[in-house]
Design a protein. Structure first.
Ligand code: PFF
Length: 452
């Protein structure tokens, strides 16, 4: 705790390294793959507004809380919660929060890896120039072919999982820190290029109107829950990923400033992805609500027709894969840190065990896109179920529990000491995590359950 200045797993070499890694965790498939398709499914502008509001009012304060708890505990989320509960004189069962988070990370990674596998498959297609001069129908067919093939998807899912395990094994400083350095800025540049192309595609205004003109009649309680859940998902909150990264953060780095940067960068990337994709959707008469295949059915069209499209397509998928990798590593890090602390395993063994278990569940997810697509529980196939359970339920609940712990359980003098922010800022933060976050999440849940 306060006397601990470093985690046994290592420490980021600087504040900048932490920012890169945490931004790497936040920016991923959630921004480029998921945000556009759920925005399309939920009618556009109003959904985007609710999402932005949730990032500002819930995401930012909870991220500050989560990093703070991690840095004060300096262990895996489970053990961090144990020692912080003891320090605060709170119920030791708070450490179950760490367990739930570990489980959520595990469930998310199972499907995350499958989708990242699609990106790998598309990287190869981009390399062989498959998108060149193709029309919307042909691009759609390509995606359907991939969906119909469990073998291909399992192959790419395996490749991605092996890559994830490889980077996790190398540990905090040698693995990611190096890779993320130049990848984030590069991803940003290529998104700007795609936006420029979208501006010339003819349906730019329609795309912008879809994204930014709110029509609240288009959303219901479920859409609000999805938008709120996505705010947690996209910022990697509520499951201990950011907490464990916080545990490697040197003392006296400003948590608040760092959080604003991460949340800002994450939001900009998501909006850029939306601005690049929706004009293409409308210009090619595609369905905005076509689901998880949306980016795979739109962006290749741009690559197939724009100048330099071969190269940009290749670069885009490389960067998307790295963005996914820097997130997948953080999904599994809480489990790896815990195995190392408690089960006497080294990082290598811990990565292999947790990665293999995740891989197996991922094979089930692959089947949910083909041979098991009709196997449903609560009207959802395995992919939809895992997504709903984690993003819409586990992450918001985990996030609120973090907010409640930081706001109500922890000694406020300790929080002040960690955050080192001016009094008014501290008060505003406290108000948001003590009252606003718990109330907002429970109100949305009650609405979805039909109680309100
Ligand atoms: N934030 C990541 C994305 O948007 O792709 C996904 C994610 C990573 C969610 C880590 C949760 C997490 F703990």
């Amino acid at each position: 705790m306060t006397d601990k200045t470093q985690s046994i797993h290592g420490q980021w070499s600087s504040r900048f390294a932490f920012i890169l890694a945490a931004t790497g965790s936040a920016v991923g498939l959630g921004n480029i793959w998921k945000f556009p398709y759920i925005t399309g499914e939920n009618g556009g502008g109003a959904f985007v507004m609710v999402y932005l509001l949730c990032v500002a009012a819930l995401g930012i304060p909870i991220m500050i809380a989560e990093i703070m708890l991690g840095r004060r505990g300096r262990q895996s989320p489970i053990n961090t919660m144990k020692s912080l509960a003891a320090e605060a004189g709170a119920d030791p069962r708070w450490h179950y929060l760490g367990w739930c988070g570990m489980l959520a990370g595990f469930l998310i990674l199972a499907y995350y890896s499958v989708i990242a596998g699609w990106a790998l498959a598309y990287l190869v297609k981009a390399f062989f120039g498959v998108f060149m001069n193709s029309n919307a129908e042909e691009i759609k067919r390509l995606f359907e072919n991939l969906m119909e093939s469990p073998i291909q998807q399992i192959f790419w899912h395996t490749v991605f999982m092996v890559l994830t395990m490889h980077y996790v094994m190398r540990g905090v400083q040698n693995g990611l820190e190096k890779a993320v350095h130049f990848l984030m800025p590069a991803l940003f540049v290529i998104l700007i290029l795609l936006v420029a192309y979208a501006m010339s595609s003819g349906a730019y205004e329609q795309g912008m109107a879809f994204l930014f003109n709110p029509d609240f009649s288009k959303i219901d309680a479920d859409a609000v829950l999805t938008a709120m859940g996505h705010a947690f998902f996209t910022l990697s909150l509520g499951m201990g990923a950011i907490m464990v990264y916080g545990s490697y953060l040197p003392n006296h780095v400003s948590i608040a400033k760092t959080t604003f940067f991460i949340a800002g960068a994450d939001t900009v990337v998501a909006l850029l992805a939306g601005i690049a994709i929706f004009p293409l959707v409308f210009a090619n008469n595609l369905e905005a609500s076509s689901g998880p295949g949306l980016i795979f059915q739109t962006l290749p069209l741009a690559f197939g027709h724009m100048g330099g499209g071969w190269l940009f397509g290749l670069l885009f998928f490389v960067l998307l894969i790295f963005a996914a990798l820097s997130s997948s590593i953080s999904l599994i890090e809480p489990a790896v840190a815990w195995l190392v602390e408690n089960k006497n395993l080294d990082r290598r063994q811990a990565s292999i065990w947790s990665g293999s278990a995740c891989w197996l569940l991922g094979v089930g997810v692959v089947f949910s896109f083909n041979i098991w697509s009709e196997v449903k529980l609560f009207d959802k196939n395995l992919f939809q179920l895992l997504d709903y359970l984690t993003a819409n339920l586990m992450l918001p609940l985990g996030g609120v529990a973090i907010a409640i712990f930081a706001g109500w359980m922890m000694k406020q003098s300790h929080a002040e000491q960690e955050l080192e922010i001016p009094a008014e800022g501290f008060k505003a933060w406290q108000f948001l995590i003590k009252y606003v976050a718990p109330a907002a999440v429970f109100l949305v849940f009650l609405h979805v359950l039909g109680v309100l």
